[in-house]
Design a protein around this ligand. Structure first.
Ligand code: E4P
Length: 217
């Protein structure tokens, strides 16, 4: 499973990237706002640090405008992945930009039907939003499973990028279903290391070690 980091926070990306845990990065207009930086500047900095695809999202609503914005974003670095919304115009932009050889991440996917269209429009990644479905009391993980089944039925090469991840369980469940990629905030990725029995076991080892009176160094 590939790990993308869902942030435009350079320091947070660097910490995970230095551990070899970053296969890519996703940003969106809200994350750019949170960074407080210009999209071109922060995207260029992330692209220079990370080898894998770095999603940068268009904000236009009409296909022609999305295409122009996408071409502009793609000039920032060779590993920019153009992110377009799953609207009819977004699918048109996806087809054109994909045919030009760009990587495309089709975002804001909330149904299997939308995911089929994205695959047929040449998307490199489809981003189903798990957390936002859970927020309205639907099961986001069912969507991941449905898309996995459909894509496997037909051999679609579009990768399933499980997005809007809010918990470690989301990541584990997406992995069990066979999502190709997850994108999660750095805090969620780091919290995968936590376990209460690890903490308890370490406390016991430290207490016992203190009683030995020994030192390793
Ligand atoms: C990633 O591509 C998405 O923009 C992101 O995962 C959305 O997450 P959120 O629903 O927590 O904002």
């Amino acid at each position: 499973m590939k790990f993308f980091v869902d942030t435009a926070d350079i320091d947070a990306i660097r910490e995970l990237n230095d551990l070899g845990m970053v296969d890519g990065v996703t940003t969106n207009p809200s994350l750019i706002l949170k960074s407080g930086r210009a999209i071109a500047e922060v995207t260029a900095e992330i692209c220079a640090m990370v080898e894998g695809p770095v999603s940068a999202e268009v904000v236009a609503e009409k296909a022609d405008d999305m295409i122009a914005e996408g071409r502009h974003l793609a000039k920032i670095a060779p590993n920019v992945c153009i992110k377009v919304p799953l609207t009819w115009d977004g699918l048109k932009a996806c087809r054109v930009l994909s045919d030009e050889g760009h990587k495309l991440n089709v975002t804001l996917c909330f149904s299997p039907a939308q995911a089929i269209l994205a695959a047929k429009a040449g998307a490199t990644f489809i981003s189903p939003f798990i957390g936002r479905l859970d927020d309205i009391h639907l099961d986001g993980m069912d969507l991941i499973a449905d898309i996995r089944e459909i894509y496997d039925n037909y051999g679609y090469e579009t990768e399933i990028l499980a997005a809007s991840i809010r918990s470690v369980n989301h990541i584990v469940d997406a992995a069990k279903i066979g999502a190709d990629v997850i994108t999660a905030p750095p805090s969620v990725i780091k919290s995968m290391a936590n376990h209460v029995l690890t903490d308890k076991g370490l406390a016991q080892f430290n207490a016992d070690w203190a009683q030995t009176g020994q030192k390793i160094l």
